[in-house]
Write a new protein. Structure first.
Length: 279
């Protein structure tokens, strides 16, 4: 299905973009060592093997400083692995950024001099794959899904923190990435705002189905969102345990926390991670 040309936004509602099937991501023997400013070699990641199915939702947790963000950067091609390989849809990443991978960072990267709609459309503009009407239709659809249509002409400084996060999420999804990397994107939000943004994320994921790899320190967030929770050890990080989350989809982030499946999987995640602080 292609996005059809819109005659006028007022005449008809924005059409949903074509469903996107995420790409599989495979990590084999990933290792990474850093040289500190004092000249000391520090091994951050050690021999990580992980296969993530197309359209899956994997959340990575682990102690602070264990290499979670480094692992995401290796998948994105922002950092080269010292050992091992990263493949996206069967193609080796090899230290280069691929157009099929989107990245949502801890801090939003919105441009303060652009309106909400221009920030969301920026990636489409540089990709150059859609004409103006098609780009406008996709932006309209994302604004509608995220309940941002009323602030489309506003600037980031005029928005709440939760709205800015929604805009950043729309901007990351506008190019319809096959793989979406998210590095603690909601960590600075209060509990209720975070739950609201989590619900928006799941709505987008249900609609577009990219492969999501999400890093968080929040174990409730991990179990609420994930198909699988990957628990990393202390540095040098290796995969200590992978927990299959038994909560049915689609999910209501407000309701899942009252289910026995949530409590069971949360306890398993806590036990696996808690063992890293016993030494």
């Amino acid at each position: 299905m292609t996005i059809q040309r819109l005659r006028s936004v007022e005449a008809r509602p924005p059409e949903a973009p074509a469903a996107v099937t995420g790409y599989p991501v495979v990590l084999k023997g990933i290792g990474k060592t850093f040289l500190t400013q004092s000249g000391q070699l520090v091994k951050a990641i050690d021999n990580i093997d992980l296969e993530i199915e197309a359209g899956g939702f994997v959340v990575i947790v682990g102690p602070s400083g264990c290499g979670k963000s480094t692992l995401l950067n290796c998948i994105a091609g922002l950092e080269k692995t010292e050992t091992g390989t990263v493949t996206v849809n069967g193609h080796q990443v090899g230290g280069r950024v691929t157009d099929d991978v989107g990245y949502m960072f801890q801090q939003d990267t919105l441009f303060p001099w652009y309106t909400v709609e221009k920030n969301i459309a920026l990636g489409l503009r540089y990709a150059g794959k859609l004409n103006h009407a098609e780009s406008r239709g996709r932006v309209d659809h994302l604004l509608e899904m995220a309940d941002l249509s009323s602030v489309r002409k506003s600037y980031p400084s005029e928005l709440s923190g939760g709205m800015r996060r929604r805009v950043a999420l729309c901007a990351a999804l506008a190019i319809q990435p096959r793989v979406l990397l998210m590095d603690e994107p909601f960590g600075a939000l209060d509990t209720f705002t975070k739950a609201s943004i989590q619900q928006y994320l799941l709505k987008f994921w249900d609609s577009l189905r990219p492969t999501v790899i999400f890093v968080t320190h929040d174990l409730e967030e991990a179990v609420t969102l994930a198909d699988r929770v990957v628990v990393l050890s202390r540095r040098p990080a290796y995969i200590k345990e992978i927990i299959e989350v038994g909560i049915d989809r689609p999910r209501d982030v407000y309701a899942v926390k009252d289910t026995p499946e949530f409590l069971t999987d949360y306890r398993r995640t806590w036990r696996a991670l808690g063992g890293e602080f016993d030494h």
